[in-house]
Design a protein around this ligand. Structure first.
Ligand SMILES: C[S@@+](CC[C@H](N)C(=O)[O-])C[C@H]1O[C@@H](n2cnc3c(N)ncnc32)[C@H](O)[C@@H]1O
Length: 748
């Protein structure tokens, strides 16, 4: 939704086809020996050269870094005890060595190119390239994958890479294990020193603390675990668990941190550090209520702990947002502008909505009580958010999925990394995430193996493909960009963004072109508001693709990406209208655009052409919106407002809204004194609606002042629906602006 899908753009389409061909050629080598004919020295030299080249040359003709997903394959889900060792010399190309494992060690420093890469050797001294995908970038830093690191690759997959060389490709995080030097699996010849088998718990603890102080949390965790396995005294066990919990917190492993402190609290119920770290782990897992409960104990027992007091107020603020749906939106907008990445620390508010089964399109989100247009339905923090900063030199990435024939530009590849890592580190989050819609993709039904969480990278990718959203830095910013554009082209309404994310609850919202809700963004927070009045138990829908983004002659909006065809009334009307009506609409629309651009505009002719266009619709707009009419009506309303023909401005302003399906009473002459302006039915909500209400507001100010503030009220609600909040409305629109729609061209 709103991501840069470039699958059909000729240059990317060609690039995708080239990769499919490479893949086919590679697969023709399936079964050939994986051992490279090159010598170890040649392979090492080549690695260094590749590293230098990668730093200098763009990755593809489009100067965008590309990530290519191979055909999907499941993660290893066989217990390690049932795997047998394989050597490089016995491995084959383009083969998943099921039931086998490979023991290797790195013989180069790792480097991050398209993946974390290093040259590895096995016990025979045979070498190959290793490519670890979806790992943290820090893996290639000094602490982690340094030369000599021993690894186990479970069920290794050897691929022919794009340049024809061979490499072990690991896509699933649980398929690679980093083996500590003292582990029994490590051959004696690979050990730098002989580890004392009688090393004491306290010396492991000391080593753990040394690693911790150097910021090497992975090694610290290994040493504290070793201390705990080495029969520590109860006192030492508590210290090792407390220390390990802090290392877990620092490495974003909140489930494990929580488990450690819970063990500590069983022995020492009121441990200050134990309670504090528990409250922190719960906060990070977004369990704010439980975090506050622990903080309440801390506050009572340790009133002088100022850090805990500070964290208590933070957790209370999140809980308040979560329970009340009250946010300081203006502050959030300022924060999103400043923070990089624009991740906002806020609670998720779930309004009067619930997930239920629909009749024909899987699960959907429904109202649990009647709501009004503009009401807040959801204010959801992203499960994961990948930001592209257009003002920085950050690379854009092209993600090629050969299984799905998809090419997207933006941050989708990064999002896969973020989500696989988050789930791998916090397995308590896996069940809800993998329950999101994933089409026909079948994954393995295993959540854990050998005590390690199993996360299927290809499942994550499919979930992102079907549930992810492209998003602006803030919808206010994109609204302002939209209003500043003069040209009302499809590009203007077809917004696509490089930043992207997944919002779990919003993922249950189905599409309808006749949507009744709209999403907006502030940083990584998605806001969903009702765009019309809705009775209880109504299915909430928003656009995956805006029906206004399509070319009128193209027919219904193309939702092939999500595997369905929309059956809303708008799509039905478009299908039944037939190609001659659609091309007639298209022709008149193009003619109108031309007439609006002529220097001496002939308004009578324009009005005539608009009437012709209106004549192509057989059903009233209150039933099926007349989308092609909105823009010309709105342009006329603005032109007449500027030339002070206010009655005409009102006439066309109302028509613009009616073309979107609005039913409005009391807006047209004859005006009855004190009769209200009433929206009987809300229509489709696009960004133009705000400006249209403002044009009406400004015209009514002179014609019927009592209606002006009501029109402005509707402008404010429409703004809130489009932008997510109305705290910045006055900064963006003013009755005193010199523009016909009140938009402040200076708005920032
Ligand atoms: C983001 S998910 C929406 C939630 C999904 N229905 C579920 O059960 O989890 C997107 C998927 O929902 C289904 N869907 C959404 N809108 C639909 C519609 N108007 N008609 C049919 N299927 C729809 C499609 O299968 C689509 O790929």
């Amino acid at each position: 939704m709103d991501t840069h899908d470039v699958s059909d753009v000729p240059e990317y389409f060609k690039y995708l086809q080239t990769h499919k061909k490479n893949l086919k050629n590679a697969q023709a080598l399936k079964g050939r020996p994986a051992k490279s004919p090159k010598s170890k020295d040649e392979i090492l030299m080549q690695f260094m050269v590749r590293k230098m080249m990668a730093a200098r040359t763009p990755a593809n003709p489009m100067n965008i870094r590309s990530s290519i997903l191979p055909p999907a394959y499941p993660p290893c889900h066989t217990p390690f005890s049932k795997l047998s060792k394989v050597m490089i010399k016995s491995m084959c190309l383009e083969t998943h060595h099921r039931g086998r494992y490979l023991l290797i060690r790195t013989v180069t420093q790792a480097d991050t190119m398209t993946a974390v890469m290093a040259i590895v050797e096995d016990e025979d001294g045979s070498v190959l390239m290793l490519q670890l995908f979806n790992q943290e970038q820090e893996l290639s830093n000094a602490h982690s994958l340094r030369e000599g690191t021993v690894l186990v690759v479970r069920e290794p997959y050897v691929k022919v890479m794009a340049d024809g060389d061979y490499g072990i490709r690991v896509d699933h995080l649980s398929d690679v294990w980093f083996i500590p030097e003292f582990d029994d699996l490590v051959p004696l010849s690979w050990r730098k020193r002989v580890t004392q088998s009688d090393e004491s718990a306290s010396s492991w603890k000391v080593k753990g603390s040394e690693h911790f102080n150097q910021g090497d949390y992975r090694s610290a965790i290994i040493c504290y675990s070793k201390a705990l396995d080495t029969h520590p005294s109860q006192e030492l066990a508590v210290i090792a668990q407390l220390n390990r919990s802090l290392s877990f917190l620092r490495s974003y492993r909140f489930d494990a941190a929580l488990k450690d402190v819970e063990n500590v609290l069983q022995v020492s119920e009121l441990s200050e550090k134990g309670l504090f770290r528990k409250a922190q782990a719960l906060y990070q897992l977004r369990r704010f209520k439980e975090s506050c409960e622990i903080h309440a104990i801390l506050a009572e027992k340790y009133p002088d702990n100022t850090q805990a007091a500070h964290e208590y107020s933070r957790a209370s603020a999140r809980l308040m947002e979560q329970d009340s749906g009250k946010y300081e939106f203006r502050k959030m907008i300022l924060e999103a502008k400043k923070r990089r990445p624009p991740m906002l620390d806020r609670g998720t508010y779930i309004g009067p909505v619930t997930v239920k089964q629909t009749q024909s399109h899987g699960r959907g989100l429904f109202t649990t009580e009647a709501v009004k247009a503009g009401d807040l339905l959801l204010c959801e923090k992203a499960f994961a958010h990948a930001f592209h900063d257009k003002d920085s030199s950050q690379d854009l990435r092209l993600l090629l999925n050969v299984d799905m024939d998809k090419a997207t530009i933006g941050t989708q590849a990064e999002l896969i990394e973020l989500i696989t890592q988050k789930l791998h580190k916090n397995p308590s989050l896996i069940p809800d995430f993998v329950d999101l819609h994933h089409g026909t993709y079948k994954s393995v039904d295993v959540l854990e193996m050998d005590g390690i969480p199993v996360v299927d990278t290809f499942l994550v990718e499919r979930i992102i493909l079907l549930n992810g959203f492209g998003c602006p830095l803030s919808s206010r910013e994109s609204h302002i960009g939209y209003m500043k554009e003069d040209d009302n082209t499809a590009n203007k309404v077809n917004m696509q963004f490089h930043s992207s994310g997944v919002w779990s609850l919003a993922s249950y919202i189905n599409h309808s072109c006749l949507s009744n809700a709209r999403r907006s963004f502030i940083g990584d927070i998605m806001i969903v508001r009702a765009s019309r009045d809705l009775p209880s138990n109504t299915e909430i829908t928003f656009w995956y693709k805006s029906p206004m983004s399509r070319d009128p002659k193209e027919g219904p909006v193309n939702l092939q990406h999500w595997g369905f065809k929309c059956d809303c009334l708008l799509c039905q009307e478009t299908r039944s209208a037939g190609s001659s009506v659609l091309s007639n609409r298209n022709r008149i629309s193009a003619d109108l655009q031309r007439l609006f651009k002529t220097s001496k505009m002939n308004l009578r002719k324009i009005e005539d052409r608009i009437s012709n266009l209106a004549g192509t619709y057989s059903r009233p707009a209150s039933e099926v919106p007349h989308l092609t009419l909105e823009s010309p009506y709105l342009s006329l309303a603005a032109i007449y407002a500027s030339s002070r023909k206010l009655e005409k401005s009102v006439e066309f302003g109302l028509k613009a809204l009616e073309s979107l399906g609005f039913v409005i009473k009391g807006g047209n002459p004859p005006y009855v004194s004190n009769a209200p302006l009433i929206v009987k039915k809300w229509g489709l909500m696009n960004d133009d609606v705000v400006g249209c209400w403002m044009i009406l507001c400004l015209a009514y100010r002179e014609l019927v002042p009592t209606l002006a503030s009501q029109a402005e009220g509707y402008a404010r609600v429409s703004y809130k629906i489009c932008v997510g909040e109305d705290e910045t409305f006055d900064k963006t629109y003013s009755r005193l602006s010199d523009r016909a729609d009140g938009f402040l061209t200076t708005a920032k």
